[in-house]
Write a protein of this length. Structure first.
Length: 194
């Protein structure tokens, strides 16, 4: 039986739509999505051969890796529901200069969000991370003046697994009949000339 194709993903990234497209396109070749915690080193896992590919938040050390940028994430500030910033539709980061900025050293994101709920500070994160750590007593507000974060797909340069190209096609939205995927299977009704 074919070994599962292991693709890691950092917190907040939701690869479900790509997994569904993979299952339709490659029903006999299993895909294993590996959620990575915030302390994981996706690049280290790629280099060690524990993952075939990884959805990462940039920047990462790309030595020995291929990397394609997929999309940018909107930064947001997480605040307690009763905090004055909660009334804004959007806020500039300069207006948060008097606020205690979390996370504190050695604090995980879930711990920092709990501190936000206690009104102990504010936390600037990508929107997908805010959604992942959603709670009723915390809201998030888009923040300007902070660079967007970028999610990318990385894999080792020396990889010779044909499933890599298929997964790249899936995340880039290529159809089964696109020129790159079409070369994998002969088209019916066409013969080679001799």
């Amino acid at each position: 039986m074919t070994q599962p194709f292991r693709v890691g993903f950092v917190p907040g990234v939701t690869p479900d739509k790509w997994a569904r497209a993979w299952a339709e396109r490659m029903p006999r070749r299993p895909l294993e999505l590996v959620p990575l915690d915030e302390d994981a080193d996706p690049v280290g896992l790629l280099r060690a051969g524990d993952l075939a590919m990884a959805l990462v938040r940039l920047p990462v050390d790309t030595e020995g890796l291929h990397l394609i940028r997929l999309y940018d994430e909107q930064p947001v500030v997480m605040v307690a529901r009763e905090h004055p910033v909660a009334a804004y539709d959007e806020i500039d980061v300069a207006e948060l200069s008097e606020e205690h900025r979390l996370p504190d050293p050695g604090t995980t994101t879930p711990q920092a969000v709990a501190r936000v709920a206690e009104e102990a500070g504010v936390l600037v994160v990508p929107m997908s991370v805010a959604r992942l750590h959603h709670r009723r007593d915390v809201v998030h507000v888009p923040v300007s003046g902070v660079p967007a974060t970028t999610v990318g797909l990385a894999w080792p340069r020396e990889s010779d697994d044909d499933r890599v190209e298929t997964f790249v096609g899936v995340v880039r939205g290529r159809t089964v009949n696109s020129s790159r995927d079409a070369r994998q299977a002969p088209k019916p009704g066409r013969r080679k000339r001799r």
